[in-house]
Write a protein that binds this ligand. Structure first.
Ligand code: PEP
Ligand code: MN
Length: 342
């Protein structure tokens, strides 16, 4: 960190800053210029208190971090938002996109019915998990390869690009043929060998935030993908685990604002996994737009009460259509175009 003092600071003020730096556990190295003095604070920021509090000293003009741990995905490296081509769509270019579909692909009938309904309501990408990372080994684990054939049929039927979660590297080749965006789930957000493998595939990636990942860890996970040659990463905030248990997770809306500010990647919000209950999804979706999100991921099921996973958070197609309609005025107010697929 570099602490820049206000111009013509006195020796006494310099000494005050040096002491404050030392008190926080860093080593001050002072450079006195004719007009301005800067103090470089040397030390490991991760194990000491942040130096940013020094900005509250009257004689300090600014505290500047020398470097962020993530580079390629930072706004410093590239000020504009990365635009990601997915089939006919561009994500991150000022057009708002909604990924919708069931938590799990369950059958051909289910998937086709939902695909048609979400497309008619305005979704521009279709989701559906075939490899399901379930907390209990006794719960439905997804249809696997058989589910991929269903996703392929749904894609052909409605023409929406497909988003589906990859849980292990060995499934990559079979997914590449069908899936347009590889989803990395919250449970794999720190599976660095999987991140490297999806990066090398060159496919766009939807990177969920880990349920216990800090914003920095989330952005560093994105950096893994970018560093391995794939800049096409969409961040997705899906709630983090906190002490609160009225909702499944806590939607960290500040993280969305921060990711938009610090990082050049498009940011989506998944209110379904954040809330874990369908009644809160409209409110959280609106909050996402107000915070500057580039899109949403929403779970929709034609018979939520019979869903094989996440039944309490999936919207019916009717409720989904109502929700999409209700977002239009907010999108207009946010200067976002509404995504469309013919
Ligand atoms: C999902 O999208 O179905 C899913 C499992 O999400 P997450 O990884 O956010 O829990
Ligand atoms: Mn789910």
């Amino acid at each position: 960190m570099i602490i820049v003092l206000k111009s013509h600071s006195s020796l006494k003020e310099v000494k005050t800053v040096e002491k404050a730096v030392r008190d926080l556990g860093y080593d001050p190295h002072t450079i006195r210029g004719v007009v301005r003095t800067v103090v470089a604070a040397v030390g490991d920021e991760t194990s000491h208190q942040s130096l940013e509090i020094l900005e509250s000293l009257n004689c300090v003009e600014r505290v500047i971090p020398i470097q962020k741990r993530y580079k390629l995905v930072s706004r410093e490296a590239q000020p504009g938002t990365t635009q990601i081509k997915v089939g006919p769509l561009t994500i991150g270019g000022g057009t708002f996109h909604v990924i919708a579909g069931p938590c799990s692909v369950e059958s051909m009938e289910q998937m086709l019915a939902i695909a048609k309904a979400v497309k008619a309501a305005g979704a521009t990408l279709l989701r559906g998990g075939v490899f399901k990372p379930r907390t209990s080994p006794y719960d439905f684990q997804g249809l696997g390869i058989e589910g991929l054939a269903i996703l392929k049929a749904a894609k052909q039927a409605v023409g929406l690009p497909i988003v589906s979660e990859i849980t292990r590297q060995t499934d990559l080749n079979s997914m590449l043929d069908v899936v347009d965006v590889l989803q990395i789930g919250a449970r794999n957000a720190m599976n660095y060998s999987l991140l490297e493998a999806v990066a090398k595939s060159g496919k766009p990636v939807l990177l969920k935030r880990g349920m216990a990942s800090t914003v920095e860890e989330w952005l560093l996970a994105a950096e893994y993908i970018a560093k391995n040659g794939n800049p096409n990463v969409i961040l997705c905030e899906r709630g983090i685990r906190t002490f609160e248990n009225a909702t499944r997770n806590t939607l960290d809306i500040s993280a969305v604002a921060l990711a938009k500010q610090e990082c050049n990647l498009p940011v989506f919000v998944d209110p379904s996994h954040a809330a874990g209950r369908r009644d809160l999804i409209p409110a959280l979706s609106k909050a996402a737009i107000a915070t500057g999100a580039d899109g949403l991921m929403i779970e929709v099921h034609n018979h939520p009460e019979e869903a094989l996973s996440d039944s309490s958070q999936q919207l019916t197609p009717q409720k989904f259509a109502q929700l999409i309609k209700s977002l239009a005025p907010l999108l207009k107010a946010s200067d976002m175009k509404i995504g469309k697929v013919k």
